[in-house]
Design a protein around this ligand. Structure first.
Ligand code: DX5
Ligand code: ZN
Length: 224
């Protein structure tokens, strides 16, 4: 069953608790939290105090996407703050296997992220260590960007590798996801779809979540 992960980057931070309640009431079970350090990506977003506050107001799993140059240093702090899943970028991890195992030993589910230009093949040897593989469908750093269609091929490749090797990592996509492309993303083999603007820039985030979820579930029904 596909899941939609609302991304709070697009939320109104002055009304964050209310907006989180809205998507939780709409049925969301996993919340996507974008952490940016102004070095790996050209933007700064939020840190551990926000994760700790969010942890207190929701039962949703916190899917924490670290767009930072030094995840080894900060991952344990985000786990302590309440992260359930910690996702690190392949591009900043010279010892990716070690980083993923460290996240697991600190008590969170480890995930790995690849930028649009990074090949799936770079993950070949860690696909049984990572519990989530996130394919960026925009260049990370900002919400509201246009979906890059060629990234769908990377989803299909991962789905095929997963079936062939009998692995069970979740395939996640992030960036430019909305009503117009959710069905084809699921049909390519994606499990978790992150959606920021298309949920939080709407009048009713809970309703926007539910509508996207319906489209994704119906899309899964016609998966080829
Ligand atoms: C981008 C972030 C995304 C962002 C997606 O760097 O990783 O999670 O919130 O936003 P939308 O859905 O607006 O493209
Ligand atoms: Zn993200």
């Amino acid at each position: 069953m596909p899941e939609i992960l609302p991304s709070i980057l697009a939320a109104d931070f002055a009304r964050l608790g209310e907006q989180i309640r809205s998507v939780e009431r709409g049925g969301a079970t996993i919340l996507h939290v974008d952490v940016m350090d102004g070095h790996f990506v050209p933007n700064i977003s939020l840190g551990t105090p926000v994760v700790a506050s969010v942890r207190k107001v929701t039962r949703m799993k916190l899917n924490v996407h670290l767009m930072i140059t030094d995840p080894d240093r900060y991952a344990p702090l985000f786990i302590e703050a309440g992260a359930d899943h910690v996702l690190v970028h392949q591009e900043v991890c010279p010892h990716l296997d070690r980083t993923l195992r460290m996240i697991r030993s600190e008590g969170a589910a480890p995930g790995v992220v690849i930028n649009p230009a990074t090949p799936v093949g770079t993950l070949e040897h860690v696909l049984d260590v990572a519990e989530q593989v996130l394919v960026m469908s925009v260049n990370p750093g900002f919400g509201g960007q246009e979906f890059l269609p060629y990234t769908l091929e990377k989803i299909s490749v991962l789905d095929r590798i997963r079936a062939k090797r009998g692995l069970d990592f979740r395939i996640e996509i992030d960036g430019g996801v909305g009503k117009e492309n959710a069905a084809e993303i699921v049909q390519a083999g994606c499990d978790w779809l992150v959606a920021g603007s298309s949920i939080f820039h709407s009048e009713d985030p809970g309703a926007a979540y539910a509508e996207l979820k319906r489209i994704a579930v119906e899309g899964a029904g016609v998966r080829v």
